[in-house]
Design a binder for this molecule. Structure first.
Ligand SMILES: *Cc1c(COP(=O)(O)O)cnc(C)c1O
Length: 239
């Protein structure tokens, strides 16, 4: 086993243990939570090793890095999630490899994603990214629609050819009333999810929680956690 593979094996085992404990503490079954490993800034070789170790979901946040990586790993059966802020000029590329776009936060993006999915003959899963601290009509600093914009955007996704409304995603706010209160933030996201499922029963995916706060997300009821650092290590520089 290479040193890197040994390291990733150990890290994955630790994260798995954390998810198992969090599920047990919340009275949830382990199968209710899917681990998505965020491979941003790390090479395709790591994605390959993770796949060997049983990882089936990976996420990226920049098309420039993700596109060549997805191409290099096209032979693997992985589900690719796009979790970064998305410019409309990147949509065509992202739609060619992503299975799920978790960062849908405006109608212009819905239109572009629908067109790209149609051109590529693919169905794209979409999550509405919610900025829990954004004021009505505004967007979050790290992307996301304000809570009162969820319903309209969800209806737009549900009506768009080539797109499938899968649920909601959030990143716990660093500032504002939810700063340092991840559990409260994720509880709020779950309320929005319940409301959403009233109109769109199949949109039951809730993506929340990262390396630092996955326990809070599992406790609140998240179905998907997005873990980077705890599996791959601290990223050099920004990302
Ligand atoms: C980078 C990133 C993650 C993973 O964060 P870690 O703290 O490294 O686990 C999760 N979600 C999004 C949207 C990200 O950009």
């Amino acid at each position: 086993m290479t040193e890197r593979k040994a390291q990733l094996t150990a890290n994955l085992a630790q994260v798995e243990e954390r998810i198992v404990s969090a599920c047990a503490a919340a009275g949830r079954k382990r199968e209710e939570v899917t681990l998505i490993v965020v491979t941003k800034t790390y090479p395709a070789s790591d994605v390959r090793v993770l796949n060997e170790l049983g990882v089936r979901h990976v996420a990226e946040n920049r098309d420039q890095d993700a596109a060549p990586k997805a191409t290099e790993c096209a032979d693997l059966s992985l589900t690719w999630h796009f979790v970064g802020q998305l410019q409309t000029n990147k949509v065509r590329s992202v739609a060619s490899y992503a299975d799920v776009v978790q960062s849908v936060d405006r109608t212009k993006l819905v239109t572009a994603l629908s067109a790209a999915a149609g051109r590529g003959g693919r169905e794209l899963g979409c999550l509405i990214q919610v900025a829990l601290d954004a004021e009505s009509g505004e967007r979050g600093e790290r992307g996301g629609v304000a809570p009162d914009g969820i319903a309209e955007l969800a209806d737009a996704v549900a009506a768009a050819p080539g797109l499938r409304l899968d649920g909601l995603m959030t990143v716990a706010p660093l500032a504002g009333p939810f700063a340092g209160r991840q559990r409260a933030a994720f509880d709020r996201l779950m309320e929005f999810s319940s409301r959403l499922r009233g109109n769109h029963p199949a949109a039951n995916m809730v993506s929340a929680g990262m390396s630092a706060d996955l326990e809070d997300a599992v406790a609140a009821g998240a179905t998907h956690v997005r873990v980077g650092t705890a599996v791959l290590g601290v990223r050099p520089g920004l990302g």
